[in-house]
Design a binder for this molecule. Structure first.
Ligand code: NI
Length: 138
């Protein structure tokens, strides 16, 4: 069974590769390459897989899941300039793809129990664009 919790955070970013020229960055990343940066209201959906406990009827403690999302992701990302304030984005370009990978890496150690293991991370950068990440094996 899959269970998903949603969270939101607002953050700014710049998508540009310092090894490329301004023109090359604009060609690759469009307006997102603007060195002043810009913000998004990101929506995060974290999906956990597991079997409901026969006694509690729950896959995992949903309050604990919420606390983990807040502590490991939202508190770190919210109202930050990702390139300047959140590792690894000082050297990894904060595309939605890389943000999903980073969030997976932050959550995975905390969601690996026999009941409730991390299944997928979905990051919406805008209401009409999202990425899904299911770990290295997917
Ligand atoms: Ni952007």
């Amino acid at each position: 069974m899959l269970i998903t919790r949603k969270a939101e955070f607002s953050a700014s970013h710049i998508c540009r590769d310092p090894r490329l020229s301004d023109a090359e960055n604009r060609a690759l990343y469009g307006a997102a390459a603007n060195p002043h940066g810009h913000g998004h209201n990101y929506v995060l959906e974290v999906t956990v897989a597991g079997t409901p406990d026969p006694v509690t009827g729950m896959v995992l403690d949903l309050k604990a899941l919420k606390d983990t999302l807040n502590r490991e992701v939202v508190d770190i990302y919210d109202h930050r300039f990702l390139n300047r304030e959140v590792a690894p984005f000082d050297h990894v370009i904060p595309t939605p793809e890389n943000i999903a990978i980073d969030i997976w890496n932050r959550l995975q150690p905390h969601l690996s129990g026999p009941r409730g293991r991390l299944h997928g991370v979905r990051v919406y950068e805008t209401p009409d664009l999202y990425v899904d990440y299911f770990g290295d094996d997917a």
